[in-house]
Design a protein around this ligand. Structure first.
Ligand code: GLN
Length: 268
């Protein structure tokens, strides 16, 4: 079987871009190599490995888990089913975070819910400074540690249930906590991802409520909290922030036009 035949085999079962991605993964080749050598043959073990991945993808497993990586903010992060797959909308959290701290300085920054480490590592690399990141899952921390080591990012990973194991104050706290309402139909599409990273309480706001309530004790005067949240939670999160004493509450839309990140500042 050659590359063209392999892609034809997947047609109608999975998206063609996904079939190409799986094929590239099995053969460890680039997209341009696929295009340049369509006649290239797969050996028996490559064919069966590819057929298995197509089968698993057709059954709903996310491509990121099948190939073990996902691109985020221009870098490839290792992912396993122990961590949420990085989402493009979370790049908004990065862009906003980068506007809140001055480059060249040594701001103290905290990421709540490290997962793959994509947020903390990206901030550490973009700003050239250290970031503390917590996660309650030791499996997730292992993935984040692996990613941080591969990128040489200075990320201090701590096993902690939100702020429980965190000491000191930070100039910037960011987080992409679980925020989907338990029982939300959307969760059925996300069945391969860790439920603890996705769903949180009847209205999805349990984690955000805890974070917003505890953040003031961990922020320096003038320090910022920025949180990603669900498509219908903007008003609730703004009210939580104001209620906890945050000022200058801001809300920002993602590329789909959905208010996706809210934040506020501690008074000076
Ligand atoms: N944005 C994700 C989704 O619904 C949820 C991520 C999260 O809960 N932090 O697809």
């Amino acid at each position: 079987m050659n590359l063209v035949e392999a892609l034809a085999q997947a047609r109608g079962r999975i998206a063609s871009a996904e079939a190409k991605r799986l094929l590239r993964h099995v053969l460890a080749i680039t997209a341009s190599e696929v295009a340049a050598h369509p006649e290239r043959a797969l050996d028996e073990s490559q064919s069966s490995r590819y057929a298995e991945l197509v089968q698993r993808r057709a059954a709903g497993e996310p491509v990121a888990y099948l190939v073990g990586s996902r691109e985020f903010y221009g870098r490839d992060f290792r992912v396993t089913p122990a961590v949420l797959i990085p989402r493009p909308e979370t790049e908004l959290l990065i862009e906003l975070a980068l506007t809140k701290v001055s480059r060249g300085g040594t701001p103290r920054m905290l990421d709540l819910g490290a997962g793959s480490g994509c947020v903390a590592i990206t901030l550490a690399l973009e700003l050239g400074c250290a970031v503390t990141a917590v996660d309650v899952s030791v499996e997730a921390l292992a993935v984040a540690r692996d990613n941080a080591a591969r990128f040489g990012a200075r990320v201090n990973l701590v096993e902690s249930d939100w702020f429980a194991g965190v000491e000191g104050r930070f100039e910037l706290i960011v987080g992409n906590p679980p925020y989907v309402a338990e029982g939300d139909a959307h969760l059925r599409d996300l069945a391969f991802e860790p439920m603890t990273a996705l769903a949180c309480g009847a209205d999805g706001l349990n984690a955000i409520r805890r974070i917003v309530a505890d953040a003031p004790r961990h922020l320096t005067p003038g320090g910022w909290l920025l949180l990603e949240h669900g498509y219908d939670q903007a008003a609730a999160v703004a009210a939580l922030l104001a209620g906890a004493g945050f000022v200058a509450v801001e809300q920002h839309r993602d590329l789909a036009g959905i208010v996706r990140v809210s934040g506020g500042r501690m008074p000076d």
